[in-house]
Design a protein around this ligand. Sequence first.
Ligand code: SF4
Length: 370
Amino acid sequence: MSSAQFAAVRPSSDQLFEPVLDSYGLRLALVLGNHAADGQCPFFKAALCHHCDIGRGEGAAFDLLTNRRRLAWYREHFADVLQSTAHLVIYNSGSVLNPMEMPMPLLEEVLEMAREQTSIRVVSFDSRESFVTAARVMTLANRLRSDQCVRIILGIESASDVIRNQVLQKEMTDSGIQRVLDQLAVAADSVGWDRVGLDVNIVIGAPGTSRDTAVADARQTASHAISRSRVSVDFNLHPYYPSKRGLKRFPDHPRCSEQILAESLHAVLDVPSVRRPRIFIGLNDEGHDTAADQADSLQTADWIQTFNATQVLPQNPDRYLQFFQRSGTRERSEIGTSGFAHLLGNAGASAQLFEDVPQLRDQTNETKAN
Ligand code: SF4
């Protein structure tokens, strides 16, 4: 019996991301299975990326049959949601652009699904740097409609080589990051500058930072990406939490506080840029936060959902924290598909707000001077 026979068609509740709002409107993230050995990210298998449990995968390698069934399950489960989704995000517990982790025939089916849905404007693919080539990105763009944008999610985490490669041991070189930026520019030059972009993951308050340095690290990482990229750069901010491996490796390192997150958000927004980056604060990390139910967890901070949708926040982080405290609710707000109508009602308003705030207007045709 092959391990693929144990791969689950239906994702576990932790891997089943409910739709949320981001700056584009409705955002739907789908987790497909990983085809590599044991269904694990090769970097996880090599005991790298010490903060990350996601690369552990789902306990079994997927194959084309099991992943096709997973995709069909998503299409049925999210049939209504997909019709209104603006931003589709594709994960696979590793690198979507690695053919060993996601074969092209499967990726083709994902692209076909995205192309069919007229509401989808943006499709983001999570990948390590070595699998991002101009040719591959052009292939993705060419399989999508001409009004759809391909964005590559790259987990730079920190611009600091010490934090990224010595503390977290990501084995992601600065030249490797630059190569991605260059390859994306080559692809954009071919398919259109408004059709290719980069979503940079930053771990806020990562091991290697302290209360005094975390905000500066976030700012420096954002600045590093923006100043060197010719394609548009957006950010996924991930406040550090104790994963199983993180806890083992960094037992004394605290989770990112709400204050550090809010200050980091302001710092990232303060980075000079000709195009205002869109920012998404990611809290749902497939259930790998070992202390998600504790009082200092950020899972219940409602202002984060508000920010993700509207991109608007007061200048003073304290005011935002007060807003959060006033809102009073520490209950986790689960947005199941039953609450989908409510989300949709807000999606239009959020998108409109984004359009109405001049400095938030997307300038997707603008590119940097270098
Ligand atoms: S951070 Fe990315 S590359 Fe590293 S183990 Fe996790 S999924 Fe794999």
